[in-house]
Design a protein around this ligand. Structure first.
Ligand code: NAI
Ligand code: A1CAB
Length: 280
């Protein structure tokens, strides 16, 4: 028999860090009906606080201590390099109030986060991506042993507001999740830049090249996610024998595109592990 869904009340969520990733998550949550009154944000940069309050109606504070007041869910969205300092500062409150701490930081392990917050803290690692801003994100999630069913459901619901979620059982896989989908939008933007520039070199006006490249990526991504056909099948349907696509694909293959992507994703995965080791 399937487990009954866990019912959760809307918790107060404290974002620690109000930068790019927090903005994407907050924007996606509010666009999908979350109550701005339940979102508190700690962000030292005044201009970012002002923009978040003006754009989304959330309450912003200069310090983490103010933002976590009354929050059952903490969403840690600072850079990996400052995570330890931020957690150490919040450890007494974490031990007193037992929130669930959700971290989006690349490479920082649940054991590191729990230890820095004083020990035995429920920690969820989440790896979202910036398309969350448009509700088109995807998030990999891992929960440590301290996370109970209600907290797991709260964490899942929070990020499901901005796209599908994938739970990972083996935390070691989070670095590969980060390398594929966390960083992934940047690879697609790089491809878009290259396609636009090449289109211009072949004689297109810049605005035309941009529109053609962007909508091609959008259409191809929709086919990948909405049709039940794998990427290689979809690719073959575009590729007429001895046609234009074949000429381009042969050039990509001869240039080692697959090996290059493999090396790039291996490098990103390795950097995740390095971030973790640098913080031990
Ligand atoms: N940008 C992306 O596409 C993704 C980022 N991430 C993760 O999200 C985290 C944040 O990355 P971004 O948003 O890109 O960086 P960011 O630099 O835009 O945002 C971090 C924010 O934290 C603030 N901050 C610094 N010290 C603070 C403190 N003591 N208390 C509260 N706020 C403080 C900074 O002023 C800054 O606005 C990183 O750990 C990164 O690994 C995860 C997935 C995707
Ligand atoms: O580049 C980074 O380290 C972060 C994590 C995934 C996307 N941005």
């Amino acid at each position: 028999m399937a487990n009954a869904p866990v019912q959760t009340d809307t918790p107060v969520i404290a974002f620690i860090g109000g930068g790019n990733m927090a903005r994407s998550l907050i924007g996606g949550m509010i666009a999908r009906g979350a109550d701005p009154g339940c979102v508190r944000v700690a962000e030292p940069v005044e201009a970012l606080r002002g923009a978040l309050a003006a754009d989304f109606g959330v309450r912003c504070f200069a310090t983490a201590a103010e933002a976590v007041d009354g929050a059952a869910v903490w969403l840690l969205a600072v850079k990996p390099q400052v995570m330890r300092t931020v957690c150490n500062e919040l450890a007494p409150v974490a031990q007193a109030t037992r929130p669930v701490a959700i971290s989006v930081a690349a490479g920082i392990t649940s054991t590191q986060l729990s230890d820095w917050l004083g020990g035995a803290v429920p920690v969820v690692r989440a790896m979202p991506n910036t398309p969350a801003l448009l509700g088109a994100g995807i998030t990999g999630l891992f929960a440590n042993a301290q996370v109970d069913a209600v907290q797991k459901a709260q964490a899942g619901e929070l990020v499901e507001a901005v796209g599908p979620v994938v739970w990972i059982d083996d935390e070691a896989q989070m670095d590969a999740v980060t390398a594929v989908s966390g960083s992934g939008p940047a690879y697609v933007f790089l491809l878009a830049e290259a396609m636009q520039a090449a289109g211009v070199r072949q004689g297109l006006p810049e605005a035309t090249a941009r529109q053609l490249a962007s909508h091609t990526l959008l259409g191809a991504a929709r086919m990948l996610t909405e049709l039940d056909e794998p990427a290689d099948v979809l690719r073959r349907k575009v590729t007429s024998p001895n046609g234009t696509t074949q000429a381009a694909i042969e050039t990509f293959e001869a240039g080692g595109l697959r090996e290059l992507v493999d090396r790039a994703i291996a490098a990103a995965t390795r950097r995740g592990r390095e971030l973790s080791a640098a913080n031990d």
